[in-house]
Design a protein around this ligand. Structure first.
Ligand SMILES: [Fe+2]
Length: 180
């Protein structure tokens, strides 16, 4: 289940209802899928063949189509990152810069963990959303954020897009942002 950490105060928010209430206020969509639907051998696998990616998409087909029909997503795919990913450190360096997109950024975590760092309302400032398998998040369009891995450095997620061009990252220069 997702957990929040508010960077300015180090306050943590946990428990599904509290997390959802906080994210609702920040206009960040938060839902949950049953990640244990995934065959056990895929729950801990982070280097995936095309066939395994298709298998993950097939497992969550109903959830994906439900989300897509409610929110207008047209295409989806699987992203997998781990120490087996070539140039992982370079990739992470590129990821770890605050940016925005012209469409929302949707991720449904199917294995592993990850963090979205998001610029909240002025009274909150930046906060981390720590995600694990089953967590589904959508960061709204034009909301400054970035994504990175957690200490285990492995994740598999479904990404959904309205149109793939909408996902281009636009750097957001923010002198108030402090890396934690
Ligand atoms: Fe992004």
């Amino acid at each position: 289940m997702a957990e929040i950490r508010i960077r300015n105060t180090n306050e943590r928010i946990s428990g599904e209802a509290n997390v959802k209430a906080f994210l609702d206020k920040q206009e960040v969509l938060y839902e949950h899928w049953n990640a244990t639907k995934l065959p056990v051998e895929l729950q801990g696998k982070f280097s995936l063949t095309d066939e395994e990616k298709s298998q993950i998409l097939a497992t969550f087909d109903e959830e994906i189509r439900d989300l897509a029909s409610r929110r207008g997503y047209q295409t989806w795919d699987i992203v997998a990152l781990s120490d087996a990913t070539p140039n992982l450190d370079e990739l992470l360096k590129k990821f770890e810069q605050v940016h925005t997109h012209t469409e929302d950024e949707v991720r449904a975590i199917t294995a592993g963990k990850g963090i979205f760092i998001i610029k909240g309302t002025d009274d909150v400032g930046y906060f981390d959303v720590e995600l694990e398998a089953g967590d589904v998040i959508s960061v709204p369009e034009h909301k400054p954020h970035f994504f990175t891995l957690m200490e285990n450095r492995q994740i598999v997620a479904v990404r959904l897009f309205i149109e793939t061009e909408g996902w281009i990252a636009h750097p957001f220069e923010d002198p108030t942002f402090q890396k934690a």
